[in-house]
Design a protein around this ligand. Sequence first.
Ligand code: 4AD
Ligand code: MG
Length: 432
Amino acid sequence: MSKVVTIEKISEYEGKEIVLKGWLLRKRSSGKIHFLQLRDGTGFIQGVVVKSEVGEELFKLCKGLTQESAIEVTGTVQKDERAPSGFEITVNNVSIISLAKEGFPISKKDHGTDFLMEHRHLWMRSPKQNAILRIRDEINLAIRIFFHERGFTLTEPPIITASSCEGTTDLFEVEYFGEKAYLSQTGQLYAEATAMALGKVYTFGPTFRAEKSKTRKHLTEFWMIEPEMAFVQFEENLKIQEEMVEYIIQKVIDNRQMELKILGRNIDELKKIKGTFPRIKYIDTIKLLQDNGFDFKWGDDFGAPQETFIAEQYDKPVFITHFPKEMKAFYMQPDPDDPKVILGADLIAPEGYGEIIGGSERIHDLDLLLERMKEEKLEEELYEWYVDLRKYGSVPHSGFGLGLERTVAWICGIDHIRQTIPFARTLNRLYP
Ligand code: 4AD
Ligand code: MG
């Protein structure tokens, strides 16, 4: 019996007979040869079936194979410089696991995005979508290794919460045994609690925002990585973000070359993402934008065009720091030298991908926190536990949130965030 192998590992079997279990992506035939485009979830490879070698019966069986049929292929691995995988298989046997019905909805012709999203459960089998999901997995793993190696503990925040954690708009309400509850917008406040117990922590989970934005950067359900670090202040918080982003990109470049190639991603752009990232204060963006014809004043939020313009000034991600405190969440630490701004930063990715990280130093002073909560009209009762963190052993601390899907979109170089998650939830999509 020949060994069952995956396409990803096929290079280790040059000249050997192997068995592949997978699906038929496409087929091209002449009277004498079938070219079977095979996929097995780890990659794509061509199987060549030559009539004169395999005989009438098997050749006929292959002729009847429909798109997406599940098959087991036995054959010999041959080097082929032209193939994306570098190899092809000379087939000597095929057995059918399940013959697909005719009319697989995703054909080679151009489908509209709505059609593709409606058939997301099938669309994800195509090479590009497959590559994106594998890069997502690589990023996922890189993040976990990065934090684990640096002594962070993964702590899971609740998904159902009694209060808003980031802002009172954009909340999904759920009924909780007769009481009002919400799907979490962020795990941060809970991460602050676990950080005071464990020092350095991170959360990695789904977050929910009922944002009515129909942009290429917004999902209503997305995954966020939220590190929170006791005794860490503003500048150190930025350093760890730089290190993390560089680390993630390096892992993708090292381990996902083939997928980046399938996506046509310019790897040279990614290789530049190293070392210190530029920083610009919010106040300095005003002049930059005004000098370049934008109508922008103190207190304005960046729209996509402004954000993209700022990002275009640099070839690395850029930190925009020291926002007016009114623009940001109640927990952000005001700058002691200029209390109308906060010690926080957004990290804006290059190439128009927008904000991938929001972070800050947190208010650790009890009275200041109470004052900010009052200003923001937060119900004190619901945040009592959070205030306790300032009563018992409060220390300066900082953290940030990285949006996984925006990071995947940027690294993959794709034009819409909905392709970065297996099943996207957006303003008008809840199916499949
Ligand atoms: O800037 P945000 O709102 O920050 C927080 O929630 C903080 N509590 C994080 C923290 O300090 N622990 O969101 C963080 C990131 C954004 O930079 C963006 O990448 C992503 O989450 N994000 C979204 N991604 C997809 N769809 C949306 N609707 C998103 N909203 C935010
Ligand atoms: Mg933000």
